[in-house]
Design a protein around this ligand. Sequence first.
Ligand code: GLP
Length: 249
Amino acid sequence: MKLYREKNYEAMSRRAANLMAAEIIKKPNCVLGLATGSTPVGVYRELVKKNREGDISFKEVETVNLDEYRGLSADHEQSYRYFMQTNFFDWINIRPEKTHVPDGLASDAEAECASYDALIASLGGADLQLLGLGRNGHIGFNEPGPSFIKETHVVRLTQNTIDVNARFFASADEVPREAITMGIGSIMAARRLLVVASGEEKADAVYQAICGPITPECQASILQLHHDVVFVCDEAALTKVYEAGGSLC
Ligand code: GLP
């Protein structure tokens, strides 16, 4: 495990964007696993800048997103497809057909999950998977629970996640109750994992992910078993890790 401790959100974003840009330069046709949430917004902004300045090209890049709310259409302002378009895809030279997000409106959700796994397999898995962390340690929408689920699956969101994500909706009632998420198997199969975290409200999740026991109660703790995982965090997100000695990492 490698840990970058950055001064603030901007520095975290630049560091993570540089690591992703390096991957694209090394392998122009790489497969990038992408994440949503407020944390990676700055990373995408930096990557857009690099693309516009001609430092990197997304022409041959293919992307697979981690998750999508069930019941939201691609043009719903809170859907993750909409998030990806407006924060990233619309601003870079990626081919639209090379961007993939689970279909939240699929009538047969099980079939959608199976075909998403088939798609990831057909691409040979992600070269680099970007991950944010839920405050409860979720990755994608893999929520705390009794087990790690390997495949893409439908998940019932926890009340904690609904409450936390309610800030993006008019009220908590409007937050979808279900989502489709890539499973822990596909995430762990990525050749490199890049986890970004910012702010004190993530300090506990970061501590549990990096230093805690490996347990499905903190889904991100399984990342400790990956052979190439990089955490890029700002100082606030690392407060608990450093209180505990820091050298643990
Ligand atoms: C959502 C997403 C996660 C993301 C998490 C944290 O629940 N499904 O992939 O990591 O939010 O979001 P934020 O970065 O806004 O704290």
